[in-house]
Design a protein around this ligand. Structure first.
Ligand code: HEM
Ligand SMILES: *[C@@H]1O[C@H](CO)[C@@H](O)[C@H](O)[C@H]1NC(C)=O
Ligand SMILES: CC(=O)N[C@H]1CO[C@H](CO)[C@@H](O)[C@@H]1O
Length: 328
């Protein structure tokens, strides 16, 4: 018995002497005493912004993904570049990060900071997490409780983006290994990919699939022929590179499982989308979620919660930014 107690004391000691920086203490209602109405304040601001433009939804959701996959969910993606630091935001992969996602966080932060008790007590990383939950609900997706307690990161470098984000030509192995590196399973990856039920893509991201797939075979054979023709009409060769099209051609403004039904018909926009159906290892999951939106919603919420735990900062590895776009 004595030895047992000693073991407990030793393990408690090791916890306090060697706090693990990567295991932060996320929990629901983290701000209950610090800023009790934070989630209502954020929701009100997100709703206002949503009423101004629907782009708020995909822009915020994608911003959260890019934040978490590059240096963890620490709002490092929101940092603006300065003369001496080229930030994550200025990596070429950011072109799609519509300004409305950044603006959503900045507006919610201003509303929080207008309350003296809350001023500079809520991290930008947590604001982005709450706002992301809210845009999913506003577009018809599931509602869920968010874990909070992240700190804002102290580093943001464009060079850190290299290799951390998936590319539209990725195959299943490439997708799985990048998501696994972030603690996410194939199921999580498939569920999160359904974020492409919303938002836009620039023509250049999939032009290879409709014009130059392979020698003698310009159109990707896994692409639905009718859809391929529509894509060629919307994105002619040498189109203005700023032209962007809906990623879900059927219900572009609804968060729903039509994404999976589209894949069954060869209507996934990117190779990385369509491969989830063409590869027999992931097809059963696509088929299951195409036919069961409740099961998909549950898997999506689980995966978003896991995504929100990636690389969370605590202790000396972070702080609460006064301005989400600049280090204190
Ligand atoms: C699985 C691998 C993924 C790949 C290869 C990928 C790639 C892309 C690409 C190339 C675009 C279009 C960018 C543009 O042309 O503007 C895009 C858009 C988007 N992605 Fe992904 N993505 C992936 C996963 C995710 C995940 C996990 C999420 C969120 C949970 C997400 C959310 C979005 C959203 C919402 C948009 C639309 C952005 C907008 O309309 O402003 N993506 N993605
Ligand atoms: C292509 O899409 C149409 C609907 O746009 C659908 O009726 C057809 O079955 C699809 N073809 C294949 C091979 O999935
Ligand atoms: C929205 C945004 O920050 N866009 C920038 C993305 O990166 C390019 C350079 O790679 C900048 O020119 C854009 O302003």
């Amino acid at each position: 018995m004595g030895r047992f107690n000693l073991l407990i004391v030793l393990s408690l000691l090791s916890l306090s002497v060697f706090p693990s920086p990567s295991v932060a203490q996320l929990r629901q209602n983290f701000y209950a005493d610090i800023c009790p109405n934070v989630e209502t304040i954020v929701r009100n601001e997100v709703t206002k912004k949503f009423q101004q433009t629907f782009v708020t939804v995909p822009a915020t959701l994608r911003l959260f993904f890019h934040d978490c996959f590059v240096q963890g969910c620490d709002a490092s993606v929101i940092i603006a570049s300065t003369a001496s630091n080229k930030a994550e935001k200025d990596h070429p992969d950011n072109l799609s990060l519509a300004g409305d996602g950044f603006d959503t966080v900045i507006k919610a932060k201003a509303a929080i900071d207008a309350i003296p008790q809350c001023r500079n007590r809520v991290s930008c990383a947590d604001i982005l997490t709450i706002a992301t939950r809210d845009v999913i609900k506003l577009s018809g997706g599931p509602s869920y409780a968010v874990e909070l307690g992240r700190l804002d990161g102290l580093v943001s470098k464009a060079s850190d983006v290299d290799g951390r984000l998936p590319g539209p030509t990725f195959n299943l192995n490439q997708l799985n290994s990048l998501f696994a590196a972030n603690g996410l399973s194939q199921q999580d990856m498939i569920a999160l990919s359904a974020a492409h039920t919303l938002g836009f893509s620039h023509c250049g991201k999939f032009a290879n699939r409709i014009y130059s797939f392979a020698p003698g075979n310009p159109v990707d054979p896994t692409l639905n022929k009718t859809y391929a023709t529509q894509l060629q009409q919307m994105c002619p060769k040498n189109v203005d590179p700023r032209v962007a099209i809906n990623m879900d051609p059927i219900t572009p403004r609804a968060f729903d499982n039509i994404y999976f039904k589209n894949l069954q018909q060869g209507m996934g926009l990117f190779t990385s989308d369509q491969v989830l159906f063409t590869d027999t290892r992931s097809r059963p999951t696509v088929n299951a979620w195409a036919g069961d939106s409740q099961a998909f919603n549950k898997a999506f919420v689980d995966a978003m919660t896991k995504l929100g735990r990636v690389g969370v900062k605590s202790g000396r590895n972070g702080n609460i930014r006064r301005d989400c776009g600049a280090f204190n």
